[in-house]
Design a protein. Structure first.
Lengths: 119, 178
């Protein structure tokens, strides 16, 4: 497998975290650690692109925490965005049509006040 | 300084807003800017200087389906196209600012924007899919309840923008200071 090298400057606190994690996870090299971290990030990005959320759950399946980062939100799928279209039932269309075809009521006092308070 | 309403800016900090409704909060915290970036809807915010966001509303274009409306019920309305309207998708006020007529400030700003839009692209109605509990708020400003919702928690309501225009015309006649 072809490999590439790169250097990274880490803050001292990040270096400590890195070393602690490597020990906890029993990862022997920084390259190996980076590969695993990359795989984890890659998985998170794919899940957000599908519109899924990254959460932690307790043993009962209750969501404890949701992972939200600006980077992950940038890749979140568009279909998760609230829709601006409306669905109308046949009853609603009929009700709307009846109301809209009537002469409309005069403006309410609150509407008159609201429309003139800033003028 | 007086509060004012302006378009949501990408640099605005939306995270502290809390209207007491989790769905509304989540929309404002996470989706309002994104929605606006995608041109799906535009959000306007009420600012308490220097930079507190104390209310917002989001609007977008929509249509009311023409199919299914009997011709005899469409007197004066076009029979060949869906009816153009503006969707007032969301409107909410921060809990700490409720009871101070911020909702009225936002809705009047919304109506002004809607009237401007009617001069650019045409729209006859403002539509909202309101929580049942918010129905009375919208009724105060002339919205009418549409019956037949499939969702028991919400109700569609509409307001003819000609009624809004008439409200502005009434200004002098009813002696309102301006």
């Amino acid at each position: 497998m072809k490999t590439s090298k790169f250097q990274a400057d880490l803050a001292s606190t990040d270096e400590i975290t890195l070393n602690v994690l490597m020990k906890e996870l029993e990862v022997r090299s920084k390259a190996d650690f980076l590969a695993k971290a990359l795989a984890l990030m890659n998985w998170a990005v794919k899940e957000r692109k599908r519109g899924n959320k990254i959460v932690s759950m307790d043993e009962q399946g209750e969501v404890i925490r949701e992972l939200v980062t600006p980077e992950l939100e940038r890749v979140a799928s568009d279909f998760e965005l609230p829709s601006v279209s409306m669905t109308w039932t046949a009853s609603e269309i009929e009700s709307f049509a009846k109301l809209a075809s009537e002469e409309q009521p005069k403006p309410t006092p609150q509407l008159v006040r609201a429309m003139n308070r800033r003028r | 300084m007086d509060m004012f309403v302006r378009k949501l800016d990408p640099t605005d900090a939306t995270g502290a807003f809390d209207c007491g409704d989790a769905a509304m909060n989540e929309y404002f915290h996470r989706y309002a800017k994104k929605n606006q970036g995608h041109l799906f809807g535009v959000t306007y915010v009420c600012i308490l200087p220097p930079s507190h966001l104390i209310g917002f509303y989001t609007i977008a274009n929509t249509t009311i389906p023409r199919a299914g409306i009997p011709d005899e019920l469409l007197r004066g309305l076009p029979k060949y196209q869906d009816l153009p309207a503006i969707l007032l998708g969301r409107l909410a006020v921060d809990r700490r600012a409720q009871g101070k007529k911020i909702g009225e400030l936002l809705i009047s700003h919304c109506f002004d924007v809607c009237l401007q839009m009617t001069t650019i692209c045409g729209a006859r109605y403002v539509i909202t899919d309101a929580y049942q509990s918010a129905g009375a708020f919208y009724e105060k400003y002339g919205f009418r309840r549409v019956q037949g919702s499939a969702n028991p928690g919400t109700i569609k309501m509409f307001l003819d923008l000609k009624v809004v225009r008439a409200a502005i015309d009434l200004r002098g006649k009813e002696g309102i200071a301006h």
